[in-house]
Design a protein around this ligand. Structure first.
Ligand code: MN
Length: 292
């Protein structure tokens, strides 16, 4: 029987901090004590750059060359443009509605900057970056890059033309997602018109959270405002959504990876020894080369 998945917690945006000079982010987890690093597994980290205006500049803002190992970074752009380069030879620009799914796995160096031409004009900027953890058996897989443009997403039209559910990963009402994932993940962008009503059914054991990107929505009869994150309990499957105004909601739901997590800086591994190995490999040039 499909019972309601109840709201466990509604989290207001924590105080923002800068990542490099290009991303002003609210970290909803793991730094939130109530979510921590396991409660949303396989999602380990979520940095949310709420809407902010960046002034024009000839020197693009962003984050310089840095390593990652043991997980994937997923960047979802709502406003603005980001350029990416990595030591596996992949590069790309993501703009409004696009998603970049980078598998660091065994190890990668990358840099993330506002796109050059966009920087010259400046403007509104809004993004989400997720760190999606990998189970031990996939942590040392070869790096991979999926640049996903908004046209590639499977789209479910909300009845009566009340908006669209873009399926980034997983499967919604028979519409398949564009991204390939290592563990079962459902990830959707819901773009709902005011008054739209839509129902989601996500497995009870999947850890599930909704990030309200734009507008406000009613979830199981509770009003949730823009820039708030809703953590659901693992007590049922069904969630009702009603858009109070034109709204965008990012839906995250995934099967938990029940393994120990040892994070350190840019690495997310299972043991301390693996963290030490990561630093040794980094110092020995095993993450490749990338110009700053
Ligand atoms: Mn990074």
């Amino acid at each position: 029987m499909n019972t309601q998945k109840s709201i466990e917690q509604i989290i207001a945006p924590p105080a923002p901090h800068m990542v490099g000079d290009g991303f002003r982010v609210h970290n909803f987890f793991p730094s939130s004590r109530t979510v921590g690093m396991q409660r949303m597994s396989p999602f380990f980290l979520m940095d949310y750059n709420s809407k902010i205006e960046f002034p024009a500049t000839n020197t693009p803002r962003g984050v310089g060359v840095h390593p990652h190992r043991g997980f994937e970074t997923v960047t979802i752009a709502y406003h603005g443009k980001v350029a990416h380069h990595d030591s596996a030879g992949n590069s790309g620009v993501i703009g409004e509605g696009d998603v970049q799914w980078m598998t660091a796995a065994a190890g990668i160096l990358h840099k993330e900057y506002h796109e050059k031409e966009w920087s010259k004009k400046g403007g509104l900027f809004q993004m989400v970056q997720l760190w999606v953890n990998l189970p031990a058996k996939f942590k040392m897989s070869p790096p991979k890059y999926q640049g996903l443009e908004s046209e590639q997403f499977g789209k479910f039209i909300i009845p009566n033309d009340m908006g669209v559910v873009e399926v980034i990963a997983g499967n919604f009402n028979g519409v398949k997602g564009a991204a390939s994932t290592f563990t079962p993940i459902e990830m959707y962008n819901v773009r709902a018109n005011k008054g739209a009503k839509i129902e989601f059914s996500l497995p009870q054991n999947y850890n599930t959270g909704f990030m309200v990107i734009e507008g406000s929505v009613e979830l199981n009869d509770k009003v949730v405002l823009q820039d708030h994150f809703v953590l659901f309990a693992n007590d049922g499957a069904v969630i009702q959504m009603k858009a109070m105004e034109n709204a965008i909601v990012l839906i995250l739901s995934g099967e938990p990876i029940n393994e120990s997590i040892v994070p350190y800086g840019p690495f997310v591994m299972n043991t301390k020894e693996e963290i030490m190995q990561a630093y040794e490999d980094l110092n020995n040039g095993k993450f490749g080369k990338l110009e700053d």
